[in-house]
Design a protein around this ligand. Structure first.
Ligand SMILES: *Cc1c(COP(=O)(O)O)cnc(C)c1O
Length: 428
């Protein structure tokens, strides 16, 4: 696509966009009498207009049926979670039996590590990306300590080279090979939250398996953002939250993938609860845990229906749009944002690292990014970000000087990006 920095061009693209009607399905915050430019769908996705009805239906059914809602609600609560397996499997490239929706992300990360981080004498280390999201760092650190190891010895971090922002795939593979006898688990974010870099999950999984390690991914910034093929890539396990790209509301229920090869193995160690027990005999309330043959074996508790109903509203929209169409539009939107930022530098005759120069630290290679660009505005502190907010742009600030922008394909438009460019230029 050949981009142009004009309102006409942006509006023409929007008019031709197959997904243009999806914008109408979401509530946009408003400022100065108009919708804001919302570029933080990577942090908290917008609310679908349908969510209220989905949640209210459950409240009504609770009022009407009381406990009988487990059987008689319009969507019975007893098997409520089961309706996610198929559509969520499509979003992350999995088989339905490999998916379960439960708890929240960090909780799930711990539960999965109980099963899949099984350190042994020589093989006890975890390899991760440097500067992973803090919750992941704490989870890894505490797991390692829980098993009696010292994090500074047992956690191997792969960092960007000096002077670079992103981590090179070859450096990850080299670190795996260098530690081939001691790595028990590789746990990396599918997309780094700070730089927006997408890791080669298939390549990392292959390299990890070659040395005998288990490979898992935190997909907080990947689920609903990228075309994933977790099953075909042979990823061992993954988990994600649903309030970022998946628009399921603040703190909503999390998602989990466990590869088919790990299912239906009675000897798998896990922390168990009654909702992971065989459905046929669950209510006999007997001793002796009999796990379900699917990823549901990892469930502990009965479904949190209110938060799941918000997730259902969002998943139905995803299912209608289709992940392929979304990823295709995301590539065009992100490319347009990149073009607009580059053209601001050109227009203002700024070259690299000069005061005001906008440096994109997210990879330029489309395969290594989703719909987030992280920008360093050289010489500009938080006052630039504050000016953007005042002018009606909601983006995201990360210390010391990074602005993260995520134009998401479900509800952002080319015109949003054009408007952002104009506001950014005026704010510099
Ligand atoms: C957003 C995010 C989290 C948040 O964890 P919660 O348990 O949902 O609060 C964790 N890890 C990563 C990589 C994230 O991006």
């Amino acid at each position: 696509m050949i981009y142009e920095n004009t309102l006409e061009f942006a509006q023409k693209q929007d008019a031709a966009d197959q997904l243009k009607n999806f914008r109408e399905k979401f509530y946009f915050p408003r400022m100065h009498g108009r919708e804001v430019v919302y570029f933080t769908g990577n942090s908290l996705g917008l609310q679908p207009k349908s969510t209220q009805d989905y949640v209210l239906n459950e409240l009504e059914d609770w009022a009407t049926f009381g406990v009988e809602g487990h059987f008689h609600a319009r969507k019975p609560w007893l098997p409520y979670h089961e309706q996610f397996a198929e559509p969520v499997a499509k979003i992350v490239g999995a088989l339905p039996e490999e998916i379960v929706v439960m708890n929240q992300l960090t909780v799930n990360l711990h539960l999965l590590m109980v099963s899949f981080y099984r350190p042994a004498k020589e093989r006890y280390k975890i390899l991760c990306e440097a500067k992973a999201f803090p919750s992941d760092q704490y989870a890894l650190e505490s797991q390692v300590k829980f098993h009696g190891y010292n994090p500074s010895d047992a956690i191997i971090e792969v960092a960007p080279r000096i002077g670079e922002h992103c981590i090179r795939h070859e450096d990850i593979v080299e670190a795996i090979e260098k530690n081939k006898d001691t790595i028990a688990l590789i746990l990396i974010g599918g997309v780094n939250y700070y730089t927006g870099q997408v890791f080669d999950m298939s390549g990392i999984t292959t390299a990890g398996h070659k040395v005998g390690a288990v490979v898992g991914f935190d997909l907080a910034h990947a689920a609903g953002n990228l075309k994933l093929q977790l099953h075909d890539w042979n990823v061992d396990f993954a988990c994600w939250c649903t309030y970022k790209y998946l628009n399921s509301g603040p703190g909503s229920v999390g998602g989990v993938f466990i590869h088919q090869q790990h299912l239906n193995k009675p000897d798998t160690l896990r922390f168990a609860g009654w909702w992971g027990h065989d459905k046929q005999t669950r209510f006999k309330m007997e001793k002796g845990f009999v796990p379900m043959p699917t990823a549901e074996a990892w469930q502990l508790s009965n479904a949190p229906v209110l938060s799941m109903s918000a997730h259902k509203a969002a998943v139905d929209i995803f299912d209608e749009a289709g992940i392929d169409a979304l990823v295709n539009k995301a590539e065009q939107l992100t490319g347009y944002l990149e073009f607009i930022i580059d053209s601001i530098n050109v227009e203002r005759e700024l070259s690299a690292r000069q005061n005001g120069y906008l440096e994109i630290i997210t990879p330029r290679d489309k395969k290594q990014r989703g719909c987030q660009l992280s920008i360093i505005a050289h010489g500009k502190g938080k006052e630039l970000f504050n000016k953007l907010i005042k002018a009606g742009v909601i983006s995201d600030w990360r210390e010391p000087n990074v602005i993260r922008c995520a134009p998401v394909p479900l509800y952002n438009s080319f015109e949003d990006i054009f408007r952002f460019g104009e506001i950014l230029k005026n704010s510099l």
